[in-house]
Design a protein around this ligand. Structure first.
Ligand SMILES: Cc1cc2nc3c(=O)[nH]c(=O)nc-3n(C[C@H](O)[C@H](O)[C@H](O)COP(=O)(O)OP(=O)(O)OC[C@H]3O[C@@H](n4cnc5c(N)ncnc54)[C@H](O)[C@@H]3O)c2cc1C
Length: 448
């Protein structure tokens, strides 16, 4: 350790109780005792730490804000956690190029505020945007509410600087709007969950912030599947809302109990959405017609977007619900046209197993967070709930979708990968991993 300490130029190395705030994430994954945590101050120090770890075969966990829900940033026995918390500078915002260059520890909302000063926005907005970092959201390819219209993180990253396992610094992509020189290494690192390298700088795309009238709406459905069919009708039309989310009755009741916000709680499912444009009022009328043709009722709209805050509270509302209740989260994604089939499957499973399941979805993106409740004091109950999560993931793949849409596999969902990747795909993944991290020091046991 002392060789690493001496080699670092400015970054602090901490351990013991000082390191405790850096060991967990927002999941149930149990942290292990690491050797130390590096509070990195520069790309060069991250590279130095990686070179040292490679030489000594020490596992490395890159860490943003620890809001991940798959156990990806949780500390590893005798490993080195590298925290990006102190690398939080917005290096430049360049309106003419519609981009920003940032360090990985920048919090998503901070970048958005800096972009807003120029009439721009950084589009990916996970519900955790008040704390999640750019590095963490790149490593998980985070989605969010307005990703329906403006793309997920992968669609908004132009270039990266990445510290590789052996300690070299790699630059991918370019700051031009177009680039086909070489393989698209930027995309390779997006979503790689800290298993291929540590992101030390990112050039991200900024987009004009939407302008015009704001229509935020909710509409109710007497079955979740009908709400799913309404989403498919919207996606087949010429209207793409900024946001189109689904909240089922179980979750709506929990959210309203947590913070009352006027969210409908009696209907089986409620779609919450937002349109911002010069023709928002006309588009809202068109959407209302589509919803009503699919059985929607009780359409309400306003210019006040507190309903979106209610949707963002879903995770906190679940976490606050009841002692001894564990929620096992699924993050499956399907094409929007098949959303109603996955929602129906979940309803069937819920009835068959007489078990409470909370469903929220980035509905326009076909990405469902079904949280299966379990009594953590009852032997075998958590395992049965885990089995249900797996059945949902398998069914999503049958519907041409995937086992995780935005949370990543981390350590907790890794076993689901077998349903999403075939043997050829596994082989290619392993070859890439071998090429970039031959000694397997980067986040072992997570991701692929
Ligand atoms: C209330 C709440 C709401 C959420 N809502 C959403 C949502 O709407 N959409 C969504 O996609 N997710 C959501 N999440 C999950 C989580 O916020 C995201 O996965 C987020 O991208 C994690 O960012 P982080 O900075 O906290 O990363 P961490 O949790 O610290 O790390 C996540 C993963 O990224 C890796 N990593 C972190 N930094 C780097 C780096 N610089 N280089 C390489 N690898 C790195 C870690 O090793 C780990 O594997 C939510 C979580 C919570 C608690």
């Amino acid at each position: 350790m002392s060789t690493l300490k001496n080699a670092l130029r400015g970054s602090e190395l901490i351990s013991g109780t000082d390191a405790l705030p850096y060991l967990t994430d927002a999941s149930s994954a149990v942290p292990e005792k690491p050797l130390a945590v590096v509070l990195a101050e520069s790309p060069e120090d991250v590279a130095t730490a990686l070179a040292w770890a490679n030489e000594h075969r020490v596992p490395v966990v890159a860490r943003g804000a620890g809001t991940g829900v798959s156990g990806g940033a949780v500390s590893i026995t005798d490993g080195l956690t590298i925290s990006m918390e102190r690398m939080a500078n917005i290096i430049s915002v360049r309106p003419a190029d519609r981009l920003a260059v940032v360090q990985p520890g920048v919090v998503v909302d901070d970048l958005n505020r800096a972009a807003a000063a120029h009439g721009l926005m950084y589009a990916p907005d996970p519900a955790s945007s008040a704390t999640a970092t750019i590095g963490g959201t790149i490593a998980t390819n985070a989605g969010g509410l307005r990703c329906l219209r403006h793309g997920v993180t992968a669609d908004n990253v132009l270039a990266l600087q990445v510290a590789l396992a052996g300690g070299r610094l790699l630059r991918t992509g370019a700051q031009s709007r177009k680039n086909v020189a070489g393989y698209d290494l930027t995309r390779l690192f997006v979503g790689s969950e800290g298993t291929l390298g540590v992101v030390t700088e990112a050039t991200v795309r900024l987009r004009p912030a939407p302008s015009g009238d704001n229509v935020t709406f909710q509409v109710s459905f007497s079955s979740n599947a009908d709400a799913g069919k309404a989403v498919a009708a919207v996606m087949a039309s010429a209207v793409t809302p900024e946001i189109l989310e689904l909240v089922d009755r179980t979750t709506a009741k929990l959210i309203e109990a947590y913070t009352p916000s006027g969210l409908e709680t009696k209907a089986s499912a409620t779609l919450i959405g937002q349109i911002i444009s010069e023709s928002a009022l006309r588009q809202a009328r068109e959407l209302r017609n589509m919803f009503e043709q699919c059985g929607g009722f009780g359409f309400k709209s306003s210019a006040d977007d507190s309903l979106l805050g209610a949707r963002r509270n879903a995770f906190a509302a679940l976490s606050a619900h009841g002692m001894g209740v564990a929620w096992l989260a699924s993050d499956a994604a399907v094409p929007p046209s098949r959303l109603h089939e996955l929602l129906d499957f979940i309803r069937n499973i819920q009835e068959r197993h007489s078990r409470q399941i909370s469903v929220v979805a980035h509905a326009g993106d076909g990405n469902i967070h079904a949280a299966v409740s379990a009594d953590s004091t009852k032997p075998g109950d958590v395992a049965e709930a885990e089995n249900i999560v797996e059945l949902i993931a398998i069914h999503a793949v049958r519907l041409d979708g995937t086992v995780t849409g935005e949370h990543g596999t981390g350590s907790l969902k890794r076993h689901l990968l077998v349903h999403a990747l075939d043997t050829v795909s596994y082989d290619v993944h392993r070859s890439i991993k071998q090429a970039l991290d031959p000694l397997g020091i980067l986040n072992p046991g997570r991701g692929i």
